[in-house]
Design a protein around this ligand. Structure first.
Ligand code: ATP
Ligand code: MG
Length: 652
């Protein structure tokens, strides 16, 4: 399945931890893997005791009634206490928790002491609105500091939150609120995005009109345009929150109490309400954040450039980052506002040391060109991270060279909304990196690659990625649908969690993620993964980004349809189409040659930046488009469809 990967490995690129990095790294040798794997429950119990403050000790580390897990049973704790109070009590109240950079250029620095006061006031305000322990609160905001505050305020009073990304439509918001039966919605007048206002309140009003469970809407003023008002239901944040007491005792929560619901991105199917609980989740997000990013809380400035609206933000902007007392940067807007060096300007301004972003962003930066980062001083950086999709080796190497100046290890972190925390990822002081590989399961994590019958595939070899043991941050289910939980994740291979992703292990046992198994194409009897063909295309100097799907074809079973974004300075032409087809044939083999290539300015992506191949498949087969509610910009796919049909009417 993987000549491409083979050929990349053939280049022999591997990167041992740099000596300067090892000098201060938290983990420098591999013993920790053996120690954790010898007794994974004991390993996680030690981390829970070390990293998390408990109000009451647990009596049982793990209760495992497949597929239902309970971790640290009997333990009591509060996540917001772990993120805030304990740092202030330990004398770190003056340390900055968040440097916030507004898109228009305004900025705030919020210390741990200030954040604790703000969160406590908001928690009291929620109580005043009738929110009690166990009530769900929906949150629909842009990237303002009040967004993490809202999560923490909910956690403080034991009200599970359900955050909906601030770019989703009224329908998406409505469906998620109704699924969670939330009592209160926290939103704002608007959010800044590329210099214009996203009218959050208008969208929220349209949603809430069809949400019978919502009693109150708390509205933050940010963009200051006039908004419609529903007396009795709507409450201004600035009227209610500042008058509250800054004392709010954190509610002692059971380790297995629901901390939050979060819906998956919907790349492959309709979003599912993923349930995360408190004690195990906090343990694993803390451990991974500290060790995969090698966090040094007294000196690092850490920037996870994701949005709090998806799981990366929950785990690594809010819970893991704050529980570890990180100083974090958060940015409100888009990376090209006012210009394409905004990210790098922020790195320079705050002297960011750790940067965590997504392959889709990295490929966009590649497309824009090195001149943008080159304008800025990036010498503060010491570690780079990637998440969200397989990172193609070209993008990895570009990131490592152009952003990291060949000095910063790049950690590719594989995980999912469902896993809650990182699962397959390097430890940067100990792991020799290979560009494009997420390397190995983290200590304590059991992962394997199996065939159709669930049998472990010999090394080297590829198949389905599965997780072989429970892990502390694992999802506890799908909200309201335990059977769907069992069937989706545990139904395919007996006793194993099936992640939905294909993967391969090379001769050294490194894991290479190959994308969704739904995205594996069957071409003339051969399995070819979309990721392989995409990697081959992106390996051509003209190509910035590529998405590939298999469309039904009378002769070959499936034929490959490719959608390609060119790099700056390259022109679309028939000759280039031929050149790219040849390039794929040379890299993988003639069988993988795309039948059609459409040049496009954009690809359909979720708000978290993932390509939605299922929609491109609908385009290529001229079907009605499937669920587009989680698309960043639904017009993109309509545009592609029109051009696809115009270019290849005979093939549609
Ligand atoms: P849905 O489950 O609704 O289809 P989704 O899977 O896109 O949506 P997420 O939970 O945000 O929702 O994404 C997890 C998926 O992202 C993983 O299953 C994997 O396919 C991909 N992914 C995340 N990180 C990596 C990575 N480092 N390398 C390869 N793939 C990754
Ligand atoms: Mg998924």
């Amino acid at each position: 399945m993987s000549e491409t990967i083979e050929s990349l490995l053939g280049e022999g690129q591997s990167f041992p931890p740099p000596a300067h990095f090892k000098k201060t790294a938290r983990v420098v040798d591999a013993e920790i893997y053996d120690e954790a794997n010898a007794d994974f429950e004991g390993f996680w119990a030690r981390q829970a005791a070390d990293l998390v403050d408990w109000v009451e000790e647990w009596h049982t580390v793990l209760e495992w009634d497949l597929p239902f897990a309970k971790w640290f049973v009997g333990g009591k704790l509060n996540a917001s206490y772990n993120c805030l109070d304990r740092h202030v009590e330990a004398g770190h109240g003056d340390q900055v928790a968040y440097y916030w950079e507004g898109e228009p250029g305004d900025a705030r620095a919020i210390t741990y002491a200030q954040l604790l006061d703000d969160v406590s006031q908001l928690a009291n305000a929620l109580k005043a609105l009738g929110v009690g322990k166990g009530d769900r609160v929906n949150i629909y905001l842009g990237m303002v500091p009040e967004l993490p505050m809202a999560l923490l305020a909910c956690a403080r009073i034991g009200a599970p939150h359900s955050v909906v990304f601030g770019g989703f439509s009224a329908d998406s918001l409505r469906d998620r609120i109704n699924d969670a039966e939330a009592k209160v919605l926290i939103t704002g007048d608007g959010a800044w995005r590329r210099g214009t206002i996203v009218p959050l309140k208008d969208i929220a009003d349209a949603a809430v009109a069809e949400c019978p469970s919502i009693e109150k809407v708390l509205v933050l003023r940010r963009t200051e345009q006039d908004v419609a008002w529903s007396d009795g239901r709507d409450v201004w944040w600035h009227d209610l929150v500042p008058q509250q007491s800054t004392n709010c005792a954190p509610e002692p929560m059971d380790s297995e109490d629901l901390l939050y619901l979060l819906y998956t991105s919907g790349t492959t199917a309709k979003p599912k309400g993923i349930m995360h609980t408190t004690g195990g989740y906090l343990t694993q997000v803390c451990w991974t954040h500290k060790h995969v990013f090698d966090l040094q809380p007294d000196t690092d400035v850490y920037w996870c450039a994701a949005d709090v609206g998806w799981v990366t933000g929950h785990s690594y902007i809010v819970y893991g980052a704050l529980a570890n007392r990180a100083t974090c940067v958060i940015y409100e807007g888009t990376p090209d506002f006012p210009d394409k060096d905004r990210m790098w300007q922020i790195v320079e301004k705050y002297k960011v040391t750790i940067l965590y972003t997504a392959p889709t962003a990295i490929r966009t930066f590649m497309k824009w060109g090195a001149e943008w980062p080159e304008k800025r001083d990036l010498t503060s950086l010491r570690l780079l991270g990637s998440v969200g999709e397989p990172i193609n080796p070209e993008a990895w190497v570009w990131y490592w060279k152009t952003i990291g100046a060949e000095r910063c290890p790049v950690v590719d972190t594989w995980w999912q909304t469902e896993t809650g925390a990182m699962m397959i990822s390097p430890l940067p002081g100990a792991t020799t990196l290979k560009p494009g590989s997420a390397t190995f399961p983290l200590p304590g994590i059991g992962a394997d690659i199996v065939d159709d019958n669930g049998k472990s595939v010999a090394i080297p070899g590829g198949g389905y990625l599965v997780l072989t043991r429970p892990w502390p941050a694992m999802l506890r289910g799908i909200w309201g649908d335990p059977e769907r939980y069992r069937a989706t994740y545990w139904g395919r291979f007996e006793g194993k969690y099936f992640a939905g992703d294909g993967a391969k292990r090379d001769a050294d046992g490194y894991f290479w993620l190959l994308g969704r198994v739904d995205d594996v194409m069957l071409i003339s009897g051969h399995n070819i993964s979309t990721a392989e063909v995409e990697h081959a295309l992106v390996g051509h100097p003209a190509v910035a980004e590529a998405a590939v799907v298999g469309k039904t074809d009378a002769t070959s079973g499936q034929a490959i349809a490719a959608f390609v974004i060119l790099r700056n300075g390259f022109e679309a032409s028939d000759a280039l189409v031929e050149e790219l087809r040849e390039h794929v044939a040379e890299t993988i083999g003639p069988i993988a040659k795309p039948k059609s290539i459409l040049f496009t300015e954009e690809l359909p992506k979720t708000r978290s930046g993932k390509i939605m191949r299922r929609l491109l498949k609908d385009v290529s087969e001229d079907h009605a488009l499937g669920d587009t509610t989680t698309l960043a910009d639904p017009s993109v796919v309509e545009g592609i469809k029109a051009r696809y049909l115009a270019q290849a009417p005979d093939e549609a």
